[in-house]
Design a protein around this ligand. Sequence first.
Ligand SMILES: Cc1cc2nc3c(=O)[nH]c(=O)nc-3n(C[C@H](O)[C@H](O)[C@H](O)COP(=O)(O)OP(=O)(O)OC[C@H]3O[C@@H](n4cnc5c(N)ncnc54)[C@H](O)[C@@H]3O)c2cc1C
Length: 250
Amino acid sequence: MSRHQITRLRHDTRRRTLTVTAIEQLGDHMRRMVFTAPELNDFVSASADDHIKLFFATDAGDTVMRDFTPRRFDTAQCTLTIDFALHDSGPATQWAAAAQVGDSLSIGGPRGSAVVPDDFDWYLLIGDESALPAIGRRVEELREGVPVITLGVIDGPDDEQRFATRALWTGHWVHRAGVVADDAERLLGALQGMALPPGEGFVWIAAETTVAKALRAHVVETLGHPREWTKAAGYWTRGHADASDKSLDG
Ligand SMILES: Cc1cc2nc3c(=O)[nH]c(=O)nc-3n(C[C@H](O)[C@H](O)[C@H](O)COP(=O)(O)OP(=O)(O)OC[C@H]3O[C@@H](n4cnc5c(N)ncnc54)[C@H](O)[C@@H]3O)c2cc1C
């Protein structure tokens, strides 16, 4: 079998209702929540950048859905961890900011996984807070000794995360320091000063949609990194609710 083949899997989906069992604040802008439910015993998530749907009830009596990453799960213990980036408004962030141990949340999925093989010579993972769960999970899951470079944009030093891994992880962080615009400029600036390892690498990007597009253009067009070894997604769109663009690769 040839190297670097992405495998697409479909999963049976079902809705599960979970209960919050633990909450941890990760820096000033992220809340980690551990959930439990007996029906997590057959939860499947084959790729670090899988997503599940979270269901939230609105004041108007509707239900809305938002996409989140299964940050970590344990089918034996029936637990699932989700990291919520806290931002200004929206049903998901509002729910996460107010949630308490004992609260419940319904989820669906993942419906499928695109499994990136652990056979590249190196990995470069770039993103903002919404991407940190997928970035952290991939860093933790990669094989021993493989170079993985992460570039994260966050508000300040308190928001930096540490990942326990056997891989050879180098973490770079750029800080907004309270100034919202312009993540693309900050990330591109950091990327320009960075030497990529030799060999065949995989580049993964997820951030606000225009930011992810700018980074993808730089990686593919300016750096000449192979299109098929680059995956970019808009995880949210500034000024629009529930507006992701899961594949900018077309
Ligand atoms: C595949 C995938 C996986 C994802 N995994 C995670 C995850 O694990 N953790 C996580 O926190 N997010 C994750 N996201 C992003 C998350 O789905 C969006 O941020 C979502 O819009 C949040 O919903 P909301 O109800 O809080 O805000 P919405 O109601 O969707 O939006 C309200 C307002 O907030 C703005 N906004 C939305 N998200 C952000 C943000 N991150 N920062 C600043 N402003 C924002 C919008 O532009 C809009 O103006 C993921 C997205 C995708 C596509």
